[in-house]
Design a protein around this ligand. Sequence first.
Ligand SMILES: CC(C)(COP(=O)(O)OP(=O)(O)OC[C@H]1O[C@@H](n2cnc3c(N)ncnc32)[C@H](O)[C@@H]1OP(=O)(O)O)[C@@H](O)C(=O)NCCC(=O)NCCS
Length: 131
Amino acid sequence: MNNAISVRHEKTLLIRPEFLNHGGTVFGGYMMQWADDMAYNAASLAFPSAGFVTKLFGQFDFKAPVRGGDIVKIYSEVESRGTTSCKIQVWAINARTQAEVFRTFAVMVNVRDGKKVRLDEPLWNREGGFP
Ligand SMILES: CC(C)(COP(=O)(O)OP(=O)(O)OC[C@H]1O[C@@H](n2cnc3c(N)ncnc32)[C@H](O)[C@@H]1OP(=O)(O)O)[C@@H](O)C(=O)NCCC(=O)NCCS
């Protein structure tokens, strides 16, 4: 994979009661959904003509608890591109404690009619920025 120009995306979430398990911390599955959204967003904004599906995620190791009322920041950034895919770093911090919650990566593949297809040049390589 080649290096790509990186743009960092950020989402700030208030942890509401509906995200909590019986122990009062966030269900990991919600974190994984938000991570998937953020990986998709970063890939799609980097390659606007692509139609991405999630091919692969790295390990989720939840290192610090997130409780009701906490504020979490989730970040994503395209790290590199291949022929049909790109690799995106995704990580989260608990903004109240600054503790890192998880750090992982995703591989998103450009798909058309169910088959992988080559990525076009990202818009920011052609024009130097997002429209
Ligand atoms: C996406 C899909 C079309 C890919 O088809 P495929 O023939 O299996 O493709 P490949 O194994 O050649 O991999 C495609 C790309 O992913 C990359 N890739 C695959 N496995 C990888 C791995 N373990 N680590 C890093 N990259 C990987 C390949 O390098 C390739 O990228 P490149 O062209 O940039 O080099 C197919 O696997 C699929 O439809 N999967 C389901 C996707 C989906 O529905 N996701 C939602 C969750 S259900």
